[in-house]
Design a protein around this ligand. Structure first.
Ligand SMILES: [Fe+2]
Length: 260
């Protein structure tokens, strides 16, 4: 009994101590809602992600991790950018230290590298592919304009035809890989695919060319949001393509074709 009285006194003292403000008045108890499952995860900023010192840096993500939400949610984008892309970049930089590739442009590295060098092939491809992927995403839906729009109509018949062919190839891609829109050696637009982290600049390309758009079909790009619904991810990605940027890449790629 005595023990209970002591316990009650301590609890009462603590209640008075913690519920009084500076004016010694009792404060109102405010109910704070519990964080939702989503809020418990702290999402950072892409600006805080930096590659280790080396020849290549991460491309800057020009929007916050929630910039493509709800199509691609923050956690998906943050994991992809700050974990997968960062890891490819750091590993790639490590692989080329003190080699002939250390000061070479990435396109040349991809064209020249020995496909039997698995680590360099995977990480150089991973770096280039993800750099392009993050560069061609944008929060607002766009459609092709300018030079690219004209060429799409001429070479595919319509933007709708390009869309169906691109999405169709992406749906059919089995396992980890990429689907690309490239400018081939003749300056023609082509849709092609590669496995793993290969890309159309490498020696084994089915259709060699300069990529101007690429969709990452590795599960890490969409599994948190879409699980096995790959088609929904492809639609979501397509709604966020920065066609203005793709047009810039197209014009640059055409210039290179003319020089050859
Ligand atoms: Fe990826």
């Amino acid at each position: 009994m005595k023990k209970n009285i002591v316990r009650f006194s301590i609890l009462a003292s603590l209640f008075v101590l913690f519920s009084c403000n500076d004016n010694n008045k009792l404060t109102e108890v405010v109910e704070v809602p519990l964080p939702t499952k989503e809020e418990k995860i702290t999402i950072g900023s892409p600006n805080d992600v930096k590659a280790d010192p080396g020849s290549f840096e991460l491309t800057k993500l020009p929007f916050a991790y929630d910039g493509l939400s709800p199509a691609l949610r923050s956690l998906t984008l943050e994991t992809h950018y700050s974990k997968h892309y960062l890891s490819y970049t750091n590993n790639f930089n490590k692989e080329i230290v003190s080699t002939e590739f250390e000061n070479m442009p990435i396109e040349d590295i991809l064209k020249k590298l020995d496909l039997n060098n698995a680590k360099l092939r995977q990480n150089a491809g991973g770096y280039y592919n993800h750099t392009l992927y993050f560069n061609v995403l944008t929060p607002k839906e766009q459609t092709p304009k300018d030079t690219l729009a004209g060429s799409i109509d001429k070479e595919f018949g319509s933007f709708n035809n390009l869309t169906n062919q691109f999405k169709g190839q992406a749906e059919k891609q089995f396992g980890s890989g990429w689907v690309w829109l490239v400018v081939d050696r003749y300056g023609k637009l082509q849709i092609t695919t590669t496995e793993n982290q290969d890309n159309p600049l490498m020696k084994n390309a089915l259709i060699p060319g300069t990529p101007i758009l690429g969709i990452d079909l590795w599960e890490h790009a969409y599994y948190l949001d879409y699980q096995n619904r790959k088609g929904s991810y492809i639609d979501a990605f397509y709604e966020h393509i920065n066609w203005e940027k793709v047009n810039e890449y197209y014009v640059e790629a055409l210039k290179k074709v003319k020089k050859v």
